[in-house]
Design a protein around this ligand. Sequence first.
Ligand code: SF4
Length: 248
Amino acid sequence: MSASEGDELATLVISLRRHLQRQQRMGVRFVARPGVAAMTPTATENKKAVADKVERVSTNSDRGEVRSLEELRDDIGDCRRCKLHSGRTHVVFGIGNPNAKLMFVGEGPGRDEDLKGEPFVGRAGQLLTDIITKGMGLTRDDVYIANVVKCRPPENRNPEPDEVASCEPFLKKQIELIRPKIIVALGKFAVQALLQSKVPITRLRGNWHTYMGIKLMPTFHPAYLLRNPADKKLVWEDIKKVMKEMQQ
Ligand code: SF4
């Protein structure tokens, strides 16, 4: 190797080291092997890629080192574990009583939630608040509210499988720490993601299911109810079942 090639290599190494240090500060903990992305993946390889991604986002929470919601929020940090990080304003972690008996889980933050950093604060959020306060006689502080993914999908599209796979460990840890008696899953996406099911929500809602050993009631998303107010009565039927179960 000539002296100039040696200098060039040294410059490259320094740039690479700086790049990796920047990535590390931003929360990236693993780097994919070169060449893997260049291949056209088969379905099996795609599945493995998703599994690898979960492995690559191994966190303190995965390792059982998180013992409170505050520690979990710290662990998420300025998360860049999936591509949703690029369009978000805030990580929308979740809000409410850390010892809640009842937990609501939606799909992901929308525009208002992204701007405020709090789940269910827009028009659909107001409807959920009405269900909690006027319908159930509780307050938002009595329950816990979170989403399957913590960052807003662009144009409010559904989160993609790799994004759910990257973020789900955080939701699971939240549920493990809160240990609610009942989870109400809001809307088709959240219900199908949690139950790993393709069955339409119209058939799943109103019946008890189980997630992580906890009773789960699927129901329609408040945003759907804003478009289809006639179905509010169906949600009220579901909520009455939830209230009855909570009293037992
Ligand atoms: S959606 Fe979840 S995994 Fe993706 S960047 Fe946000 S917090 Fe991280």
